[in-house]
Design a protein around this ligand. Structure first.
Ligand SMILES: [Zn+2]
Ligand SMILES: [Zn+2]
Length: 228
C-alpha cells in the first residue's frame, strides 16, 4: 500500500533519536549500554555444524546429538547471540515496527561472527530468506563485506507463520515453498545465507536444499540470534 510506504519512509527519515532497545535519548539506534549487553556465543563451545551452544560436558567431537542423527545439507550455521533481551527487542523493532535504520547495527553484529569464521570461506554470494526486513539486512551486510547479494531465492506459494507450529508442521508448511529465480546462478558457488533468527532451522534447511539443488558447492548459514 503506497500510504504505508510513505509512512515507513518518513519513520526512517526522521530519526527518533532514541535507543531502539531501552528508549532513552540517544543519537544512534542502539545505545552503548544496550549494545554491551548483547554477548556473542562462544564459538568454541557450540556444535560445529548447527551452532547450538553445547554444555561444557558436550560431546568430544563438538557435534550435538541432533546433527549426529540427521544428515545436514549445509556446511555450518552460526548465530551471533541468543534470541533474548536486547537482541530480541531490536529484531522485533526491525521486523515488526519496520525501524529499518537498525540495518547497520544488525549487519554489524553479523559481521562480527562473519569475521571470525566465514571470512576465510571464499563466499561468492550473499542470500537470504525472502522477506522485506531480511532483504534490507542482507543488502546492508552485502555492502559491508563487499560480496554481491543476488536475491535469487523467491517464494512461490503462501505459508503460515512458523511460530506456533511444531517441528513436523513447520517442515510441511515450507516444503517446496521456494525456488531459484535463475537456476544456473549458484553452480559451483559458495553461498552464505542470512536470517534474523534460527528457531528450529526448518526454513533455512529447506532453503539450503533448493540452493544445493542449484549446484552450489558449499552453503553456509549466519543468523543474528538463536532461539533460546
Ligand atoms: Zn539503550
Ligand atoms: Zn548440531
Amino acid at each position: 500500500m503506497p500510504e504505508q510506504g510513505i509512512i515507513d519512509f518518513f519513520k526512517n527519515m526522521v530519526h527518533p533519536a532514541m535507543c531502539a532497545a531501552c528508549g532513552k535519548d540517544y543519537p544512534e539506534f542502539l545505545c552503548p549500554d544496550c549494545s554491551s549487553e548483547i554477548l556473542p556465543i562462544d564459538l568454541n563451545k557450540c556444535c560445529r555444524y548447527c551452532g547450538i551452544p553445547l554444555l561444557s560436558s558436550g560431546t568430544r567431537e563438538g557435534i550435538c546429538s541432533s546433527c549426529k542423527e540427521s544428515g545436514l545439507n549445509f556446511t555450518r550455521h552460526l548465530s551471533y547471540t541468543i534470541y533474548s533481551g536486547n537482541m530480541k527487542r531490536i529484531i522485533k523493532k526491525f521486523k515488526y515496527s519496520k525501524i529499518y535504520g537498525l540495518d547497520n547495527v544488525l549487519a554489524g553484529f553479523l559481521h562480527k561472527t562473519y569475521r571470525r569464521y566465514f571470512a576465510s570461506k571464499s563466499i561468492d554470494y550473499i542470500e537470504t530468506i525472502p522477506g522485506e526486513h531480511t532483504k534490507k539486512l542482507a543488502k546492508r551486510f552485502s555492502k559491508i563485506v563487499k560480496i554481491p547479494f543476488k536475491g535469487n531465492i523467491i517464494k512461490i506459494r503462501d505459508t503460515r507463520r512458523q511460530s506456533g507450529l511444531d517441528l513436523g508442521a513447520r517442515k510441511i508448511n515450507i516444503l517446496d515453498a521456494f525456488k531459484l529465480r535463475n537456476c544456473l546462478e549458484y553452480k559451483d558457488k559458495n553461498i552464505l545465507i542470512l536470517d534474523d533468527v534460527w528457531t528450529t532451522g526448518s526454513t533455512l534447511k529447506e532453503i539450503c536444499r533448493i540452493v544445493r539443488q542449484g549446484g552450489a558447492r558449499k552453503v553456509f548459514l549466519l543468523t543474528l540470534a538463536r532461539g533460546a
